[in-house]
Design a protein around this ligand. Structure first.
Ligand SMILES: Nc1nc2c(ncn2[C@@H]2O[C@H](COP(=O)(O)OP(=O)(O)OP(=O)(O)O)[C@@H](O)[C@H]2O)c(=O)[nH]1
Ligand SMILES: *[C@@H]1O[C@H](CO)[C@@H](O)[C@H](O)[C@H]1NC(C)=O
Ligand SMILES: *[C@@H]1O[C@H](CO)[C@@H](O)[C@H](O)[C@H]1NC(C)=O
Ligand SMILES: *[C@@H]1O[C@H](CO)[C@@H](O)[C@H](O)[C@H]1NC(C)=O
Ligand SMILES: *[C@@H]1O[C@H](CO)[C@@H](O)[C@H](O)[C@H]1NC(C)=O
Ligand SMILES: [Mg+2]
Length: 401
Protein backbone atom coordinates (compact mmCIF):
# COMPACT_ATOMS: atom_id res chain seq x y z
CA UNK A 1 0.00 0.00 0.00
CA UNK A 2 1.45 3.37 -0.96
CA UNK A 3 1.22 6.21 1.44
CA UNK A 4 -1.36 7.88 -0.77
CA UNK A 5 -3.47 4.71 -0.84
CA UNK A 6 -3.20 4.24 2.91
CA UNK A 7 -4.28 7.82 3.36
CA UNK A 8 -7.25 7.38 1.03
CA UNK A 9 -8.22 4.19 2.85
CA UNK A 10 -8.09 6.02 6.18
CA UNK A 11 -10.26 8.76 4.84
CA UNK A 12 -12.72 6.22 3.48
CA UNK A 13 -12.95 4.50 6.83
CA UNK A 14 -13.45 7.80 8.54
CA UNK A 15 -16.18 8.73 6.06
CA UNK A 16 -17.92 5.40 6.57
CA UNK A 17 -17.69 5.67 10.36
CA UNK A 18 -18.90 9.24 10.19
CA UNK A 19 -21.94 8.34 8.09
CA UNK A 20 -22.74 5.41 10.30
CA UNK A 21 -22.73 7.56 13.43
CA UNK A 22 -24.52 10.42 11.77
CA UNK A 23 -27.33 8.18 10.56
CA UNK A 24 -27.65 6.47 13.91
CA UNK A 25 -27.90 9.86 15.58
CA UNK A 26 -30.43 11.06 13.03
CA UNK A 27 -32.50 7.96 13.50
CA UNK A 28 -32.37 8.28 17.29
CA UNK A 29 -33.42 11.90 17.40
CA UNK A 30 -36.10 11.25 14.86
CA UNK A 31 -37.64 8.45 16.87
CA UNK A 32 -37.53 10.53 20.04
CA UNK A 33 -39.36 13.34 18.29
CA UNK A 34 -41.78 10.94 16.66
CA UNK A 35 -42.66 9.32 19.99
CA UNK A 36 -43.14 12.71 21.49
CA UNK A 37 -45.43 13.77 18.68
CA UNK A 38 -47.42 10.61 19.10
CA UNK A 39 -47.82 11.17 22.84
CA UNK A 40 -48.83 14.72 22.23
CA UNK A 41 -51.41 13.88 19.64
CA UNK A 42 -52.65 10.91 21.62
CA UNK A 43 -53.14 12.92 24.74
CA UNK A 44 -54.70 16.13 23.77
CA UNK A 45 -55.42 16.36 20.13
CA UNK A 46 -57.00 13.01 19.46
CA UNK A 47 -57.68 11.66 22.94
CA UNK A 48 -59.69 8.62 23.76
CA UNK A 49 -62.87 9.14 25.69
CA UNK A 50 -62.68 5.84 27.54
CA UNK A 51 -62.73 7.41 30.98
CA UNK A 52 -64.33 10.78 30.65
CA UNK A 53 -67.92 9.62 30.67
CA UNK A 54 -68.75 9.88 34.41
CA UNK A 55 -71.92 11.23 35.93
CA UNK A 56 -71.80 14.52 34.12
CA UNK A 57 -75.40 14.33 33.08
CA UNK A 58 -76.66 14.56 36.63
CA UNK A 59 -79.65 16.54 37.79
CA UNK A 60 -77.60 19.70 38.26
CA UNK A 61 -78.09 20.39 34.60
CA UNK A 62 -81.87 20.29 34.68
CA UNK A 63 -83.14 23.82 34.53
CA UNK A 64 -85.80 23.30 37.22
CA UNK A 65 -83.12 22.39 39.73
CA UNK A 66 -81.30 25.64 39.31
CA UNK A 67 -81.66 27.67 42.46
CA UNK A 68 -80.71 31.29 42.51
CA UNK A 69 -78.41 31.97 45.42
CA UNK A 70 -76.59 35.08 44.45
CA UNK A 71 -76.79 36.47 47.95
CA UNK A 72 -74.68 33.65 49.35
CA UNK A 73 -72.46 33.57 46.34
CA UNK A 74 -69.45 35.46 47.49
CA UNK A 75 -67.06 34.49 50.22
CA UNK A 76 -67.33 31.17 51.96
CA UNK A 77 -64.44 31.69 54.28
CA UNK A 78 -62.57 34.74 55.29
CA UNK A 79 -58.98 35.54 55.31
CA UNK A 80 -56.25 35.86 57.78
CA UNK A 81 -54.95 39.40 58.41
CA UNK A 82 -53.30 40.99 55.39
CA UNK A 83 -49.87 39.41 55.01
CA UNK A 84 -46.77 41.52 55.57
CA UNK A 85 -45.96 41.39 51.92
CA UNK A 86 -48.47 41.58 49.11
CA UNK A 87 -48.15 42.04 45.37
CA UNK A 88 -47.96 45.66 44.29
CA UNK A 89 -49.95 45.47 41.09
CA UNK A 90 -53.75 45.45 41.02
CA UNK A 91 -53.81 41.71 40.39
CA UNK A 92 -54.74 38.27 41.67
CA UNK A 93 -54.14 34.58 40.98
CA UNK A 94 -57.42 32.91 39.94
CA UNK A 95 -58.05 29.21 40.35
CA UNK A 96 -61.30 27.47 39.39
CA UNK A 97 -61.41 24.02 40.95
CA UNK A 98 -63.49 21.21 42.39
CA UNK A 99 -62.92 19.68 45.81
CA UNK A 100 -61.78 16.54 44.02
CA UNK A 101 -59.02 18.56 42.29
CA UNK A 102 -57.22 19.13 45.62
CA UNK A 103 -53.99 17.23 44.90
CA UNK A 104 -53.61 18.88 41.50
CA UNK A 105 -54.40 22.27 43.01
CA UNK A 106 -51.67 21.88 45.63
CA UNK A 107 -49.16 20.78 43.03
CA UNK A 108 -49.88 23.81 40.83
CA UNK A 109 -49.79 26.19 43.78
CA UNK A 110 -46.43 24.89 44.86
CA UNK A 111 -45.05 25.40 41.37
CA UNK A 112 -46.42 28.95 41.13
CA UNK A 113 -45.20 29.85 44.62
CA UNK A 114 -41.71 28.42 44.05
CA UNK A 115 -41.17 30.04 40.67
CA UNK A 116 -42.88 33.33 41.27
CA UNK A 117 -45.25 34.17 44.06
CA UNK A 118 -43.12 33.58 47.15
CA UNK A 119 -41.29 36.73 46.11
CA UNK A 120 -44.39 38.72 45.11
CA UNK A 121 -47.21 37.69 47.44
CA UNK A 122 -50.16 38.08 45.11
CA UNK A 123 -53.46 36.94 46.66
CA UNK A 124 -55.10 33.70 45.56
CA UNK A 125 -58.80 33.42 44.75
CA UNK A 126 -60.30 29.95 44.38
CA UNK A 127 -63.74 29.54 42.86
CA UNK A 128 -66.16 26.63 42.78
CA UNK A 129 -69.84 26.11 42.08
CA UNK A 130 -69.99 24.08 45.31
CA UNK A 131 -68.65 24.95 48.75
CA UNK A 132 -64.99 24.07 49.24
CA UNK A 133 -64.54 21.62 52.10
CA UNK A 134 -62.67 22.54 55.27
CA UNK A 135 -59.94 20.12 54.29
CA UNK A 136 -59.57 21.77 50.89
CA UNK A 137 -59.38 25.24 52.36
CA UNK A 138 -56.90 24.35 55.06
CA UNK A 139 -54.59 22.51 52.66
CA UNK A 140 -54.64 25.37 50.16
CA UNK A 141 -53.88 27.96 52.82
CA UNK A 142 -50.87 25.99 53.96
CA UNK A 143 -49.29 26.33 50.50
CA UNK A 144 -48.82 30.09 50.56
CA UNK A 145 -48.06 33.06 52.75
CA UNK A 146 -50.22 35.27 50.56
CA UNK A 147 -53.89 35.83 51.30
CA UNK A 148 -56.39 33.22 50.08
CA UNK A 149 -60.10 33.65 49.45
CA UNK A 150 -62.65 31.00 48.55
CA UNK A 151 -65.65 32.00 46.48
CA UNK A 152 -68.90 30.33 45.54
CA UNK A 153 -70.07 30.81 41.95
CA UNK A 154 -73.66 32.03 41.54
CA UNK A 155 -75.85 29.35 39.93
CA UNK A 156 -76.87 31.59 37.06
CA UNK A 157 -73.20 31.97 36.11
CA UNK A 158 -72.67 28.24 36.01
CA UNK A 159 -75.53 25.97 35.03
CA UNK A 160 -77.03 25.37 31.60
CA UNK A 161 -79.61 28.15 31.07
CA UNK A 162 -83.22 27.00 30.75
CA UNK A 163 -83.60 28.58 27.31
CA UNK A 164 -81.15 26.02 25.96
CA UNK A 165 -83.03 23.28 24.11
CA UNK A 166 -81.91 20.24 26.10
CA UNK A 167 -82.92 17.78 23.36
CA UNK A 168 -80.73 19.63 20.88
CA UNK A 169 -77.92 19.86 23.42
CA UNK A 170 -78.08 16.12 24.01
CA UNK A 171 -77.91 15.52 20.28
CA UNK A 172 -74.84 17.72 20.15
CA UNK A 173 -73.16 15.78 22.97
CA UNK A 174 -73.92 12.47 21.30
CA UNK A 175 -72.57 13.67 17.98
CA UNK A 176 -69.26 14.73 19.56
CA UNK A 177 -69.12 11.46 21.45
CA UNK A 178 -69.43 9.56 18.19
CA UNK A 179 -66.40 11.53 16.98
CA UNK A 180 -64.43 10.58 20.11
CA UNK A 181 -63.94 14.20 21.05
CA UNK A 182 -62.57 14.72 24.56
CA UNK A 183 -65.26 15.81 27.10
CA UNK A 184 -67.82 15.21 24.32
CA UNK A 185 -70.70 14.33 26.61
CA UNK A 186 -69.74 16.34 29.65
CA UNK A 187 -72.23 19.02 30.64
CA UNK A 188 -70.08 20.18 33.56
CA UNK A 189 -67.18 20.80 31.18
CA UNK A 190 -69.49 23.00 29.11
CA UNK A 191 -70.62 24.87 32.24
CA UNK A 192 -66.95 25.48 33.02
CA UNK A 193 -66.18 26.77 29.51
CA UNK A 194 -69.13 29.14 29.55
CA UNK A 195 -68.25 30.38 33.04
CA UNK A 196 -64.65 31.04 32.04
CA UNK A 197 -65.83 32.78 28.88
CA UNK A 198 -68.42 35.09 30.32
CA UNK A 199 -68.50 35.23 34.08
CA UNK A 200 -65.38 34.67 36.16
CA UNK A 201 -64.36 38.34 35.96
CA UNK A 202 -67.78 39.39 37.31
CA UNK A 203 -67.38 37.35 40.48
CA UNK A 204 -67.61 39.65 43.52
CA UNK A 205 -64.22 38.50 44.81
CA UNK A 206 -62.57 39.55 41.54
CA UNK A 207 -64.22 42.97 41.34
CA UNK A 208 -61.40 44.77 43.20
CA UNK A 209 -58.83 43.58 40.66
CA UNK A 210 -57.84 44.46 37.15
CA UNK A 211 -55.19 41.86 36.19
CA UNK A 212 -55.31 38.10 36.78
CA UNK A 213 -53.18 35.05 36.27
CA UNK A 214 -55.18 31.90 35.65
CA UNK A 215 -53.95 28.65 37.19
CA UNK A 216 -55.26 25.10 36.69
CA UNK A 217 -54.67 21.83 38.54
CA UNK A 218 -51.57 19.80 37.66
CA UNK A 219 -49.66 22.45 35.77
CA UNK A 220 -45.93 23.00 36.06
CA UNK A 221 -43.78 26.10 35.85
CA UNK A 222 -40.11 25.71 35.04
CA UNK A 223 -38.35 29.07 35.16
CA UNK A 224 -37.78 31.56 37.96
CA UNK A 225 -39.70 34.63 36.94
CA UNK A 226 -37.39 37.61 37.39
CA UNK A 227 -39.99 40.34 37.08
CA UNK A 228 -43.63 41.11 37.77
CA UNK A 229 -45.69 40.10 34.70
CA UNK A 230 -48.63 42.26 35.79
CA UNK A 231 -46.38 45.32 35.86
CA UNK A 232 -45.07 44.22 32.49
CA UNK A 233 -48.55 44.24 30.97
CA UNK A 234 -49.42 47.58 32.50
CA UNK A 235 -46.14 49.30 31.65
CA UNK A 236 -46.21 48.08 28.06
CA UNK A 237 -49.88 48.68 27.32
CA UNK A 238 -50.55 44.94 26.88
CA UNK A 239 -53.92 43.35 27.56
CA UNK A 240 -53.59 39.62 27.00
CA UNK A 241 -50.58 37.35 27.65
CA UNK A 242 -50.11 33.70 26.65
CA UNK A 243 -47.43 31.01 26.47
CA UNK A 244 -48.98 28.37 24.19
CA UNK A 245 -50.96 28.84 20.98
CA UNK A 246 -52.42 25.77 19.29
CA UNK A 247 -55.24 24.57 17.05
CA UNK A 248 -58.68 23.76 18.43
CA UNK A 249 -60.56 20.53 17.65
CA UNK A 250 -62.74 21.48 14.70
CA UNK A 251 -65.77 19.49 15.86
CA UNK A 252 -66.08 21.51 19.05
CA UNK A 253 -66.51 24.83 17.21
CA UNK A 254 -68.23 23.89 13.93
CA UNK A 255 -70.46 26.98 13.73
CA UNK A 256 -68.42 29.38 15.87
CA UNK A 257 -66.76 31.25 13.02
CA UNK A 258 -70.07 31.74 11.23
CA UNK A 259 -71.38 33.40 14.41
CA UNK A 260 -68.23 35.52 14.70
CA UNK A 261 -68.62 36.71 11.12
CA UNK A 262 -72.23 37.72 11.83
CA UNK A 263 -71.04 39.64 14.87
CA UNK A 264 -68.35 41.43 12.87
CA UNK A 265 -70.93 42.49 10.31
CA UNK A 266 -73.33 43.70 12.93
CA UNK A 267 -70.74 45.49 15.09
CA UNK A 268 -67.91 46.65 12.81
CA UNK A 269 -67.16 49.43 15.30
CA UNK A 270 -65.59 46.92 17.72
CA UNK A 271 -63.07 45.52 15.26
CA UNK A 272 -59.69 47.14 15.84
CA UNK A 273 -58.10 48.54 12.66
CA UNK A 274 -54.77 46.98 13.64
CA UNK A 275 -56.27 43.65 14.79
CA UNK A 276 -54.77 40.15 14.80
CA UNK A 277 -57.18 38.56 12.32
CA UNK A 278 -54.16 37.07 10.54
CA UNK A 279 -53.63 34.86 13.60
CA UNK A 280 -57.19 33.46 13.33
CA UNK A 281 -57.65 33.12 9.62
CA UNK A 282 -55.40 32.28 6.70
CA UNK A 283 -57.79 33.73 4.13
CA UNK A 284 -58.67 37.18 5.39
CA UNK A 285 -61.50 36.04 7.66
CA UNK A 286 -63.42 33.71 5.39
CA UNK A 287 -62.66 30.64 7.51
CA UNK A 288 -61.23 30.01 10.96
CA UNK A 289 -57.85 28.28 11.07
CA UNK A 290 -58.66 27.00 14.64
CA UNK A 291 -55.78 28.93 16.22
CA UNK A 292 -56.23 30.06 19.79
CA UNK A 293 -54.22 30.94 22.87
CA UNK A 294 -54.39 28.11 25.36
CA UNK A 295 -56.43 29.62 28.18
CA UNK A 296 -55.37 27.30 30.99
CA UNK A 297 -52.54 29.84 31.23
CA UNK A 298 -53.57 33.47 30.97
CA UNK A 299 -52.12 36.66 32.39
CA UNK A 300 -54.49 39.35 31.28
CA UNK A 301 -56.56 42.43 31.94
CA UNK A 302 -60.10 41.71 33.15
CA UNK A 303 -61.24 45.21 32.24
CA UNK A 304 -61.11 44.02 28.63
CA UNK A 305 -63.57 41.20 29.40
CA UNK A 306 -65.70 43.65 31.37
CA UNK A 307 -65.72 46.18 28.54
CA UNK A 308 -68.46 46.87 26.03
CA UNK A 309 -67.06 45.00 23.02
CA UNK A 310 -66.46 41.74 24.85
CA UNK A 311 -69.73 41.95 26.79
CA UNK A 312 -71.69 42.29 23.55
CA UNK A 313 -69.62 39.54 21.95
CA UNK A 314 -70.19 37.06 24.77
CA UNK A 315 -73.94 37.76 24.92
CA UNK A 316 -74.21 37.36 21.16
CA UNK A 317 -72.40 34.01 21.21
CA UNK A 318 -74.18 32.77 24.33
CA UNK A 319 -77.55 33.23 22.60
CA UNK A 320 -76.37 31.05 19.73
CA UNK A 321 -76.22 28.20 22.25
CA UNK A 322 -72.90 26.85 20.98
CA UNK A 323 -71.51 26.39 24.48
CA UNK A 324 -74.05 23.55 24.85
CA UNK A 325 -75.03 22.53 21.30
CA UNK A 326 -71.37 22.20 20.38
CA UNK A 327 -68.58 22.51 22.93
CA UNK A 328 -67.21 25.99 22.48
CA UNK A 329 -64.19 26.42 24.71
CA UNK A 330 -63.28 29.56 26.59
CA UNK A 331 -59.90 29.49 24.84
CA UNK A 332 -61.19 30.17 21.31
CA UNK A 333 -63.78 32.63 22.65
CA UNK A 334 -61.18 34.67 24.57
CA UNK A 335 -58.66 34.42 21.75
CA UNK A 336 -61.01 35.48 18.97
CA UNK A 337 -62.14 38.49 20.98
CA UNK A 338 -58.61 39.52 21.92
CA UNK A 339 -57.43 39.11 18.34
CA UNK A 340 -60.30 41.12 16.83
CA UNK A 341 -60.99 43.88 19.34
CA UNK A 342 -57.43 44.71 20.39
CA UNK A 343 -54.45 46.13 18.61
CA UNK A 344 -52.29 43.11 17.77
CA UNK A 345 -49.50 44.76 19.76
CA UNK A 346 -51.64 44.48 22.90
CA UNK A 347 -51.17 40.69 22.83
CA UNK A 348 -48.05 39.35 24.51
CA UNK A 349 -46.18 36.06 24.17
CA UNK A 350 -44.56 35.30 27.56
CA UNK A 351 -41.73 33.43 25.91
CA UNK A 352 -39.68 33.38 29.13
CA UNK A 353 -42.36 31.54 31.16
CA UNK A 354 -41.71 27.79 30.91
CA UNK A 355 -45.05 26.07 31.40
CA UNK A 356 -46.66 22.67 31.04
CA UNK A 357 -50.33 21.58 31.04
CA UNK A 358 -51.11 17.93 30.31
CA UNK A 359 -48.50 16.78 27.78
CA UNK A 360 -47.97 20.11 26.12
CA UNK A 361 -45.07 22.26 27.20
CA UNK A 362 -43.68 25.62 26.28
CA UNK A 363 -40.02 25.84 27.16
CA UNK A 364 -38.01 28.92 26.20
CA UNK A 365 -35.54 28.05 23.43
CA UNK A 366 -33.70 31.23 22.59
CA UNK A 367 -30.95 32.30 25.01
CA UNK A 368 -32.57 35.71 25.47
CA UNK A 369 -35.58 34.05 27.12
CA UNK A 370 -33.71 31.46 29.19
CA UNK A 371 -32.98 33.85 32.02
CA UNK A 372 -34.79 32.07 34.84
CA UNK A 373 -32.75 28.85 35.25
CA UNK A 374 -35.41 26.88 33.41
CA UNK A 375 -35.65 23.17 34.25
CA UNK A 376 -37.71 22.14 31.22
CA UNK A 377 -36.47 20.39 28.09
CA UNK A 378 -36.24 22.81 25.19
CA UNK A 379 -36.43 19.99 22.67
CA UNK A 380 -39.96 19.15 23.77
CA UNK A 381 -41.33 22.68 23.42
CA UNK A 382 -44.47 22.84 21.28
CA UNK A 383 -43.51 26.20 19.73
CA UNK A 384 -42.50 25.12 16.24
CA UNK A 385 -44.17 21.71 16.22
CA UNK A 386 -47.21 20.53 14.42
CA UNK A 387 -50.46 22.11 15.77
CA UNK A 388 -48.62 25.09 17.21
CA UNK A 389 -49.93 28.45 16.08
CA UNK A 390 -46.85 30.35 17.23
CA UNK A 391 -45.44 30.54 13.69
CA UNK A 392 -48.61 32.31 12.53
CA UNK A 393 -48.40 34.69 15.47
CA UNK A 394 -44.78 35.51 14.76
CA UNK A 395 -45.41 35.92 11.06
CA UNK A 396 -48.20 38.36 11.81
CA UNK A 397 -45.77 40.50 13.80
CA UNK A 398 -42.89 40.00 11.33
CA UNK A 399 -40.94 38.35 14.12
CA UNK A 400 -38.70 35.33 14.25
CA UNK A 401 -39.76 34.53 17.82
N1 LIG B 1 -65.62 23.96 40.22
C1 LIG B 1 -65.46 23.29 39.09
N2 LIG B 1 -64.33 23.42 38.39
C2 LIG B 1 -64.19 22.73 37.25
C3 LIG B 1 -65.19 21.85 36.76
N3 LIG B 1 -64.74 21.31 35.60
C4 LIG B 1 -63.53 21.82 35.38
N4 LIG B 1 -63.18 22.68 36.37
C5 LIG B 1 -61.95 23.46 36.47
O1 LIG B 1 -61.83 24.16 35.25
C6 LIG B 1 -60.50 24.16 34.79
C7 LIG B 1 -60.43 23.44 33.45
O2 LIG B 1 -60.82 22.09 33.60
P1 LIG B 1 -59.90 20.89 33.16
O3 LIG B 1 -60.56 19.64 33.61
O4 LIG B 1 -58.51 21.16 33.60
O5 LIG B 1 -60.03 20.99 31.58
P2 LIG B 1 -58.90 20.98 30.47
O6 LIG B 1 -57.74 21.81 30.93
O7 LIG B 1 -59.53 21.34 29.19
O8 LIG B 1 -58.49 19.47 30.35
P3 LIG B 1 -57.41 18.61 31.18
O9 LIG B 1 -56.70 19.51 32.15
O10 LIG B 1 -56.53 18.07 30.13
O11 LIG B 1 -58.27 17.59 31.86
C8 LIG B 1 -59.68 23.50 35.89
O12 LIG B 1 -59.21 24.53 36.74
C9 LIG B 1 -60.70 22.62 36.61
O13 LIG B 1 -60.36 22.45 37.96
C10 LIG B 1 -66.39 21.72 37.53
O14 LIG B 1 -67.31 21.01 37.18
N5 LIG B 1 -66.47 22.46 38.68
C1 LIG C 1 -58.18 6.45 32.86
O1 LIG C 1 -57.95 5.09 32.64
C2 LIG C 1 -56.62 4.69 32.86
C3 LIG C 1 -56.50 3.23 32.46
O2 LIG C 1 -57.71 2.76 31.97
C4 LIG C 1 -56.26 4.93 34.32
O3 LIG C 1 -54.91 4.55 34.56
C5 LIG C 1 -56.42 6.37 34.66
O4 LIG C 1 -56.19 6.59 36.03
C6 LIG C 1 -57.84 6.84 34.30
N1 LIG C 1 -57.93 8.28 34.48
C7 LIG C 1 -58.91 8.83 35.13
C8 LIG C 1 -58.87 10.31 35.22
O5 LIG C 1 -59.84 8.20 35.62
C1 LIG D 1 -43.80 31.57 54.49
O1 LIG D 1 -42.82 32.44 55.05
C2 LIG D 1 -41.89 31.79 55.93
C3 LIG D 1 -41.00 32.85 56.55
O2 LIG D 1 -40.43 33.67 55.55
C4 LIG D 1 -41.10 30.76 55.14
O3 LIG D 1 -40.21 30.08 55.97
C5 LIG D 1 -42.07 29.76 54.54
O4 LIG D 1 -41.37 28.85 53.71
C6 LIG D 1 -43.13 30.47 53.70
N1 LIG D 1 -44.12 29.51 53.25
C7 LIG D 1 -44.44 29.35 51.97
C8 LIG D 1 -45.47 28.33 51.68
O5 LIG D 1 -43.94 30.00 51.08
C1 LIG E 1 -58.06 47.79 40.52
O1 LIG E 1 -58.75 47.53 39.30
C2 LIG E 1 -60.15 47.56 39.39
C3 LIG E 1 -60.71 47.14 38.05
O2 LIG E 1 -60.18 47.96 37.06
C4 LIG E 1 -60.60 48.95 39.83
O3 LIG E 1 -62.00 48.95 39.98
C5 LIG E 1 -59.94 49.31 41.13
O4 LIG E 1 -60.28 50.64 41.47
C6 LIG E 1 -58.43 49.17 41.02
N1 LIG E 1 -57.83 49.36 42.34
C7 LIG E 1 -56.83 50.16 42.53
C8 LIG E 1 -56.30 50.22 43.91
O5 LIG E 1 -56.32 50.81 41.63
C1 LIG F 1 -52.46 51.38 24.15
O1 LIG F 1 -52.62 50.82 22.87
C2 LIG F 1 -53.88 51.14 22.26
C3 LIG F 1 -53.97 50.37 20.98
O2 LIG F 1 -52.90 50.62 20.14
C4 LIG F 1 -53.95 52.65 22.03
O3 LIG F 1 -55.20 52.97 21.45
C5 LIG F 1 -53.79 53.35 23.37
O4 LIG F 1 -53.75 54.74 23.16
C6 LIG F 1 -52.51 52.88 24.07
N1 LIG F 1 -52.49 53.46 25.40
C7 LIG F 1 -51.40 53.97 25.92
C8 LIG F 1 -51.50 54.50 27.33
O5 LIG F 1 -50.35 54.03 25.32
MG1 LIG G 1 -56.68 21.57 32.70
Amino acid sequence: MTIANAFAFGVRIRIVVFFFCFNALLYMSFSILRDDWRRLAAYHLYPSTSNVTSDDLGSDTVASNIVENVASSTVTSDLSPKPQFAGKANATLVFLARNSDLQGVLRSMESVETHFNHKFGYPWILLNEEEFTEEFQESVKSKTNASVQFGLIPSRHWYQPDWIDEAKAEQGRNALKAWNVIYADSVSYRNMCRFNSGFFFHHPLLQPYRYYWRIEPDVDYFCQLQYDPFDYLKDNNKTYGFTIAIEELEKTVSTLWQAVKEFMEQYPEYIHPNNALAFLSDNGGETYNLCHFWSNFEIADMDFWRGEAYTKFFEFLDLKGGFYYERWGDAPIHSIAAALFLDKNQLHFFNDIGYQHSNIVHCPQQPAFLTGSCTCNRVLSIDYRRYSCLPRYNKMLNRKW
